[in-house]
Each structure stands twice: as C-alpha cells, then as structure tokens.
Design a protein around this ligand. Sequence first.
Ligand code: NG6
Ligand code: CA
Length: 504
Amino acid sequence: MNRRVLLGIACLFCCWSLTNPTKLSAADKPNIVLIYADDVGFGDVSCNGSASFQTPNIDRIAREGVRMTDAHCPAATCTPSRYAMLTGQYAFRQKGTGVLPGNANLILKPGSTNMASLLKSTGYATGVVGKWHLGLGDGKVDWNREIKPNPNDIGFDYHFLIPATGDRVPCVYVEQGRVVDLDPADPIEVSYQGRIGNQASGADSKDQLKMKWSHGHDQTIVNGISRIGWMTGGTRSRWIDEDMADVITSKALRFMDENAKRPFFLYFSTHDIHVPRVPHSRFVNKSGTGPRGDAMLQLDWCVGEVLSKLDKLRLSDNTLVIFSSDNGPVLDDGYVDEANEKLGKHDPNGIYRAGKYSMYEGGTRVPMLVRWPARISAGQVSNALFGQIDLARSFASMVNATVPDGAFPDGRDELDTLLGKDVQGRPHLVHEAGGLALRVASWKFIPSSKVREGLGPWTTNAMDAPGALFDLANDPNEQKNIASEHPEKILEMQMLLKSIRERN
Ligand code: NG6
Ligand code: CA
C-alpha cells in the first residue's frame, strides 16, 4: 500500500471517529467510577432540590455532566437492584435474589458474564469497594479462612467489602477473600438461625446500646449497636461504624492510585445512608436533620474525595463518573435515629410517592448523575427513561466489547441516553418491589393489590383490582388512579408485562 492510500485510510478513520463520538478505540477506554449509594432518595441531593442541606460534591457531577430525572434502579431494595445492575438481568428471573442474610452464598456465578467480568476481559482493572450484599462463598461460609468464591472469581481484580449491610453480621471487612486483621485465636462464627455464644444482644441489653433499635436489629451488639444476626469472635476485626466512610473511601482512592496508568472500573458502593446511620463526629449535627442528613453530608464528602483524586491524577477528563442509588429513601428502617422527627421540610423522595420497598416511583426513581467531560457536555438535564439494568450493556458498547450470547438479557445499549444524546431512552421498564410494576412512556401500571406506601417499611396500601394506572406526565405523584378510564391501556400493559415476565 502506498503512503497516499494509508494517509487516506487514516483520514477516513479520523472522520469516522469524530462522527461517532460514543465509539472509542481501545486506547481511549475511559475509566469508570460507579458510585452506588445506599437508600438515597431522589430528593436527598441538592441538585434534585434538597434545600435542607447541601451536597456540593454530588451536585458537581450534575453540573459538569448530565442530571437524569427519570432514572431507576431495578428494584426497591438492595440485593435485587445490585444483582440486576451487574448482570443486566431482572432479579425476578433468578430465585434467591431477595434481601440476603449476611451468611448467604454468592449469587453471581463464576463463569457467567457480569459488568465487571466483561470490562476485565477488555483490559480493565476492576475493583469493588464497600457494600456488597450479593453473598460470599458456597455452602457454609467459614469466615476464618479464605472465602471462595468471592468477587475475584466473578471478574473483580480487587475487593474490599462490607459483606452484607452495616446492620447485618458479620461486622467485619473482607479484603481479597479474607476477613481483615483476623486474630486466629479469636475465630468468627455467624448464625442467622439462633443465638450463638454469650455476647450481649439488643433484645436483652438495651442499656449497652448507643443507638436503640425500633424493629428487628435486636441481636448481637457490635460497637454499641445491635444488629440482624448473631456473631461471636473476630473482636479485633470488627468495624467501627463511625470510621466506615473513611476506611472504604481510603481503599477506593488507593485503588484509583494503583491503577491510574490503565483503564479501571471502580464500583464504589457506599454504606451511607443505610442504617445504622452513625457518621463520623465531624458530620454529626451538621445537616440540621439528624443522623440521616448527617450521613448524606458524609456521603457527599466521600464523593468529593473521589472527584478530587481524579483531578489530582489528571484523570477527570476521561473518566465516566456515575452517582446513583440502589433504592429509594426510608426514614425509620429499624433504629431510633430521629429520621422522622428531625426531617423538617426535607423531601427525601422529591415530588415522588413512597420510597424504599415500594412500587410507587419513590421506590426506584433515584438520583442519576453522569459525568464524562471528554464526551458529555456539561450542565445537561435529561428526562429520558433510563434503567440501571442497561448500564452493563451500555458500558460494553462504550468500550466496543462484544457481549457474549445470553449475557445481559434484559439490558439495552442505552449509551446515548447515558451521555445525554438520546432524549427518549427506554420504551418500557420493569420495577421490582415484591411484585412487578411496569412503565411504558409516561404510563405506570401497578398490578399488585398491595403496595408498600410511605417512607417506612411497614405500611401497605391496598389497591383496587385490577391494580392502578397512573399518567406520570400529568400526575408524577401517582395520586390519581385512572385504571377504570383506560381498560385498553391496562390490557396492553398486562400483556407486555406478561411477555417480559415469560421471556427467558
Ligand atoms: C430489612 C431490614 C432493614 C434493612 C433492609 C435491607 C429489619 C426490620 N429491616 O429486612 O433494616 O436492612 O432489610 O436494606 O430487619 S437494603 O437496602 O440492604 O435492601
Ligand atoms: Ca439499599
């Protein structure tokens, strides 16, 4: 080939690259930092309207990128949302994906494709830091040895985990398959069947508690807080809740430092603002709304640390940063922490109805902020319908990876929506909260006869058969059930939901 022909090909390639800005060559693979907060509602961030306290670092992502107003986690609780986000498969298709106990086995199977394994196969360094809640090991977990399989076996090069939740035993960190700083002379045992050992519990030693439980959470006391489940041993390894944000943030920053020279994917899964809400003393009483708001300030600090690390490493321009949440907000989720009493005028769910555990919008419509200066113009607001279920396939598209057959079965390539270019987004989306609800354009169909309501877990709202239909364009707060006026729409949505449900 002569030089002219080569030059011509190079020019064509340049033109193609410029006209296809979302398709990158391998050398341009952006870093991906997915900051996944816990139980943060649509209205808990000031860029979505929280006026009670400010979240300037979280807001910075929106200011420098896209703020999505109609983005949803797959489910209204943690485990199914995370399972679905990482596998691109709705959790209802897979048994055992409900909220897991702290000794559950790993529900992502080694050998099957997930977001991390796909990115790893294209050369990414992959890490998960923070809340896991997708189980560990296989069979009875022995916390005193290497626990396998663990995230290393499903596509993460590095992990530093809160194994389940902050309110579930074992209250220890797991790094690369092992409990951190375990004293072999003080082995750990965990039970969700019945009491083990002779440690104080929340039920019988209330005087030892620094934060009282309101429902559940009355078993083993760790760090003055009683938890769900029983544990003995591992005294030296037990976490201090007040230090948790500092500990996990430092691990996230270290992962970025160590992988600054290659494309990396960091799944930074914060504990905040899940219960127990026990932020570090530097955030206590700073939000004016009690521990829940203080935990939001702490979360905002964590986000700030991540963003300034990217600045310092000069990686901000070519890093896709996403901030979102695993389910909607909740006030009293089992501890007496004044979440209701100190709420004031704060609207954790913004203008939406209900929150965590609910099929109403508040259950799954979460903050979704996306920044990638090299490819996304700043200051956009997108009202496109978007589901986190699409993240894995969209990342695959972004890095030009081939998705293996059968992987990410419910996910769509919504990269253009993520980048603010497609203003429509998904044609339909399933919400999972016990039962299933369906969105099609602005229509919302809730077939269930009982739906959790409010910002606490224990209230239900009985609906009239055949369920409820709302037009979110006119009624974003889902107040006016127009099912009886639109029997044909109900039928159409029932059929679509049935066909999605039956698809494998
Ligand atoms: C519930 C817990 C709640 C929380 C939730 C899981 C009780 C009474 N309630 O069972 O406190 O831990 O599970 O939250 O135990 S999630 O965000 O991880 O899904
Ligand atoms: Ca959650």
